[in-house]
Design a protein around this ligand. Structure first.
Ligand code: FE
Length: 141
């Protein structure tokens, strides 16, 4: 599913295999290493991805799937814990064949080529709590 190398300072270089789904592979990696807090960033290429947009007026999520070859020009996210399990919050920007970019929250993305990430693991777990005013989960610091 992936290969990785620990590079010091709680950091890992993670290469997810071609045709894998990024969110699932990253969650599996965090589970394997017991990472419940951290940050992740990287690049890659995908040919199918579902992005999410939160409409702040309706507080509804709108999901959309794109099936085309795209470069991940940036994937950035954070890793925290909810109910004792790893909880990923990922954002993505991806470029199309005409060089325009689309992006949003990343739900799922299928690799078509490669996906190379850096995971920085923090030394203490970070939890989440639901903010009743915003209706979304925020860091519980
Ligand atoms: Fe978000």
């Amino acid at each position: 599913m992936y290969t990785y190398k620990e590079v010091g300072g709680g950091r890992y270089v993670l290469s997810i295999d071609n045709h894998e789904e990024i969110s699932a592979a990253l969650a599996a990696f965090c589970g394997e290493k017991g990472i419940l807090a951290g940050t992740v960033y990287g690049i890659g290429a995908v040919n199918k991805a579902t992005f999410r947009y939160l409409n702040p007026e309706t507080m509804r999520y709108v999901d959309k799937t794109f099936e085309e070859q795209m470069e991940i020009t940036n994937l950035t996210g954070n890793i925290s814990e909810r109910d004792g399990k790893v909880w990923l919050h990922l954002h993505i920007t991806a470029s199309r064949s005409d060089y325009s970019c689309i992006g949003g929250h990343l739900l799922t993305a299928w690799i078509s080529g490669a996906c190379e990430l850096v995971v920085e693991a923090f030394d203490v777990p970070l939890g989440r709590r639901l903010d009743p005013d915003l209706g979304i989960t925020l860091y519980d610091l």
